[in-house]
Design a protein around this ligand. Structure first.
Ligand code: NAG
Ligand code: NAG
Length: 233
């Protein structure tokens, strides 16, 4: 009887704390945490690479947000967090994204050891510019980062959703996934758009920061082999 109890405790522990990265090509986090995250045996089983190099299923890219033809898909990341908009002169302007980037949608449930990159505020651009930084947070394996700036957008019928978009990247530094990325496509979004309610009033005074959760897919592109950008190196 006692032995059975010990066995069942062991089994429960195994199931409540089995979160690990498979280590194969998919490098996907399989997670089953019913218990407290503080009971996890180790916080060290993290992703060892940034990005999912398989084109995501069911995604079609509208013509208006397609990168130039000499660029090709490299990897994608699922971005989730909060989008901030600030009230300036009765207008909501983009402030920053406070978000983490995951190699797979299902990895989000394995937090805190599942994100591979994060956003950061781009302080080099004027207020309201839709621009932000993205960098690897697994610096033992990848130290790359970049700045992204919106160049095209397709508003969605649901005004609460961030528009579909195309972004141009710049200021790439470090070694790793982001180092040769040139464009980012955003073909799948939910939540996070700038508010539709007026501001500069009693409810939302000047300077008010409006924060809303979102989840989007970011598809990262780099120059095709043999294109001019690669030959120039
Ligand atoms: C807000 O509007 C006022 C008056 O038009 C202008 O002087 C001020 O520079 C504006 N502030 C910002 C941050 O745009
Ligand atoms: C890239 O970095 C330079 C130098 O720090 C800066 O002047 C420029 O604004 C940055 N570009 C963007 C899009 O932030």
């Amino acid at each position: 009887m006692v032995k059975l109890e010990i066995l069942s405790i062991f089994v429960i522990l195994l199931f409540s704390a089995s979160c690990s990265f498979a280590g194969d090509s998919s490098d996907s986090c399989t997670c089953n945490s019913d218990g407290s995250l503080f009971d996890l045996p180790s916080l060290d089983m993290i992703s060892t690479k940034v990005g999912n190099y398989e084109f995501p299923k069911g995604i079609e890219i509208p013509q208006n947000i397609k990168p130039p033809a000499d660029q090709e898909f490299k990897f994608y990341l699922v971005v989730s967090g909060y989008s901030w908009h600030r009230c300036v002169n009765k207008t909501w302007i983009f402030e920053e994204s406070r978000a983490l980037l995951f190699n797979h949608e299902e990895d989000i449930s394995c937090y805190p050891r599942s994100p591979s990159a994060s956003t950061f505020k781009n302080t080099a651009v004027p207020d309201g510019t839709v621009s932000l930084g993205i960098k690897s947070i697994i610096s033992d394996y990848d130290t790359s980062q970049l700045i992204t700036t919106g160049i095209a957008a397709i508003p969605k019928s649901d005004v609460n959703d961030i528009p579909y978009g195309l972004e141009k990247t710049s200021n790439n530094t470090g070694k790793g996934a982001f180092e040769d990325v040139t464009y980012i496509v955003r073909p799948k979004t939910k939540g996070g758009n700038n508010p539709t309610v007026p501001c500069g009033n009693g409810q939302f005074p000047e300077g008010y920061i409006h924060s809303r959760p979102f989840i989007v897919y970011n598809l990262f592109y780099h120059p095709k082999k043999g294109s001019s950008k690669v030959r120039r190196r």
